[in-house]
Ligand binder design. Structure first.
Ligand code: 13P
Length: 261
């Protein structure tokens, strides 16, 4: 059985003070739902927050003793150097964060990150002992032109170039986030989401073999809310959700976690 992975991506929200407030409230929500806590402690489910770089230290400190994972939203592919404004993998691990997102659609589209750069980030992150969540997803234009599967195949293939099967199974998570469903209120239908996630598992099988494909954690992201979580999580190839807007309120995010179980 693959573990469930329920993650929030805070994007450019929550500085240190808001991070502390959020995590204290979330701890209280968890305490009030002992069933949820039991699931997390058994390893059947993981909860993660991907937070802004300036809030990572506070998030790690405030979540100490809580069954939550703290990750970065982005990292650089070089270990150090003249890269003004960037955050390195050693800086992220020094703080105590264990995961990072790579290639979120906002990084790909607003900041023009390329597949080649993202592949370098994936390797630096994984070599630096982080678990890396590679985000893939097509734009509306690509979907309407019938190119969704080609785009996913390219992003998957280029992003994971040079990884072996064992590393892919243990250190990499894939998040399918159709760009047209992010922050728009338009969720992909569960059938569409499952179809692409099944396709991604098929790509993993072709690339790394059946055993790795079976182990690979695949998430869906794009307008996930408490009301649509259970339907998404019921899909056989979707193991978790990556939540933007609805992860910013502890009392809403805990409902997503509960509905995901
Ligand atoms: P929304 O949940 O706000 O649509 O954002 C999804 C997302 O981009 C998560 O990484």
């Amino acid at each position: 059985m693959r573990r469930k992975f329920i993650a929030g991506n805070w994007k450019m929200h929550n500085g240190p003070a808001a991070t502390k407030e959020f995590l204290n409230k979330f701890a209280a929500e968890l305490k009030a739902s002992p069933e949820t806590g039991k699931n997390i402690e058994s390893g059947a489910e993981e909860i993660a927050f991907f937070v802004p770089a300036v809030s990572l230290l506070t998030a790690v400190q405030e979540s100490s003793g809580m069954p939550v994972i703290i990750g970065a939203e982005n990292c650089h592919w070089e270990l150090k150097g003249a890269f003004t404004g960037e955050t390195s993998v050693p800086m992220i691990t020094e703080i105590g964060a264990t995961h990072t997102l790579v290639g979120h659609s906002e990084r790909r589209h607003i900041f023009r990150e390329t597949d080649e750069e993202l592949n370098k980030k994936m390797h630096t992150a994984v070599d630096g002992t982080l678990i890396a969540v590679l985000c893939v997803g097509e734009t509306l234009e690509e979907r309407e032109a019938g190119k969704a599967f080609d785009v996913i195949k390219r992003q998957f293939g280029e992003g994971l170039k040079g990884f072996d099967a064992a590393t892919a199974a243990e250190k990499i998570i894939i998040a399918y986030e159709p760009v047209w469903a992010i922050g728009t209120g338009k969720t992909a239908s569960v059938d569409d989401a499952e179809e692409v996630c099944r396709f991604i598992r098929g790509l993993a099988k072709e690339t790394f073999g059946a055993e790795t494909a079976e182990k690979l954690i695949i998430l869906y992201g794009g307008s996930v809310k408490p009301e649509n979580t259970a339907g998404i999580m019921a899909q056989p190839d979707i193991d978790g959700v990556l939540v933007g807007g609805a992860s910013l309120k502890p009392e809403v995010f805990i409902e997503i976690v509960k509905n995901a179980i």
